[in-house]
Design a protein around this ligand. Structure first.
Ligand SMILES: [Mg+2]
Length: 389
């Protein structure tokens, strides 16, 4: 039986949730991220992307490119609520769902035709269901492998549905082009260009051996298979019951600890919330790093103490990162997971992204808004000065 894989991906997820919950934000450039001097963008709305804003970009740079952009702090609890609904819908379509991050999953839809019709019809049905229940849109990629399904979901985003039928994989890769080939970043493109390789068909002229000697073992292996539309085995499945993990592939390779740490912080909250939802506690924390040449390293730690908070996860994850990585080394992908899960009591919930400066700013914003309305409001500290006048 021909394998049928769906890749489901929420469109501009965090930004879409905020725009759904707050209609006044719809149609406006919006980014979700921190406001501090070292903060980075988590998600940019499609309106913000028109200005060149994208995830992992420093917030300060985003503000320079688009001064009118609205910046919101992430509300991971809310995003996880919606994520949970979407994942439940996915599970109603397939018994084999592999969630790869808060807003992405692979569904094995092999042999479900009797239940849901042809793959394209099933994809439409899934999209409708998600929009009905959450008010948000998803993009679905359908193919015979995870790799092609992942690229197909991206093909006509947002609200996309793209099916690559079996036997058309290589033609699809040619249509996507080398520039947008998943896993080929700017650095790799430049390397390929040095060898006058500008298209997937030119890449196919090289043997596996020669690609490996030119670009290294892992990257050579990846390129050889990818340009033929053969799954290079990037998204290997792990039984869901054994881990709760998430990962991010960066639009551009990341070289600063700043960006990596903020991603880890957010991922720590994500996996913590997911573990809360599933009433699971992890014993082991692990991170995964993939470099531009596709070498991948993972490391784990099993602390003595129980893991009860996102803060704890973050602090261990940061330790692991510092063991494996040095400032300046470009990173393509960053992953974080909780392993050795056991059923447990609900860990304590904590205040998310508790940043005293953020609170101050929020307070200042409220005061400013009230003053604009002509109300006499002063902060206590300012009030003291006032009364002295
Ligand atoms: Mg997404």
């Amino acid at each position: 039986m021909e394998p049928v894989v769906f890749h489901v991906d929420m469109d501009a997820f965090y930004a879409a949730v905020e725009q759904h919950d707050h209609p006044e934000l719809r149609g406006k450039p919006l980014i979700i991220g921190g406001l501090g001097p070292r903060s980075v963008v988590s998600t940019a709305s499609y309106e913000a992307r028109k200005f060149g804003l994208h995830s992992a970009m420093p917030t300060a740079q985003a503000l320079r490119l688009c001064p009118s952009v609205i910046v919101l702090k992430p509300n991971m609890q809310r995003y996880n609520q919606i994520s949970k609904i979407v994942m439940e819908i996915c599970k109603s379509f397939s018994s084999q769902v592999q969630q790869i991050s808060i807003d992405e999953a692979f569904l094995d839809m092999t042999g479900t035709q009797r239940l849901y019709g042809l793959p394209r019809e099933a994809g439409m049905l899934l999209k409708q269901k998600v929009t009905q229940e959450t008010g948000l849109t998803i993009s679905v990629g359908i193919a015979s492998s995870r790799f092609i399904a992942k690229m197909a979901s991206d093909y006509n985003k947002p609200d996309g549905l793209c099916r690559v039928s079996a036997g058309r994989e290589q033609a699809f890769i040619d249509a996507v082009g080398l520039k947008k080939l998943w896993g080929v970043g700017k650095v790799t493109q430049a390397q390929l260009a040095k060898h006058h390789i500008l298209s997937a068909s030119q890449l196919r002229a090289y043997t596996l051996c020669s690609l490996q000697s030119l670009f290294g073992h892992s990257m050579g292996h990846f390129l050889y298979h990818a340009c033929r539309g053969i799954d290079p085995g990037i998204f290997t499945g792990e039984a869901k019951s054994h881990s709760i993990s998430t990962e991010t592939t960066f639009v551009e390779d990341v070289t600063t600890s700043n960006v990596l740490e903020q991603n880890l912080l957010q991922m720590s909250h994500e996996v913590m919330f997911r573990s809360l939802e599933e009433k699971q506690i992890g014993r082991t924390i692990g991170i995964k790093l993939r470099l531009p040449d596709f070498t991948t390293c993972t490391c784990q730690i099993t602390p003595q103490a129980n893991i009860y908070s996102a803060e704890q996860i973050y602090s261990y994850a940061k330790q692991l990162l510092m063991q494996k990585w040095h400032e300046g080394i470009p990173v393509r992908l960053l992953g974080l997971g909780l392993y050795q899960l056991y059923e447990g009591d609900k860990p304590m919930q904590e205040e998310l992204f508790d940043d005293p400066f953020q609170k101050k700013r929020e307070l200042e914003k409220v005061i400013l808004a009230m003053q604009k309305k002509g109300q006499q409001v002063f902060k206590a500290t300012n009030l003291e000065n006032k009364t002295k006048d």
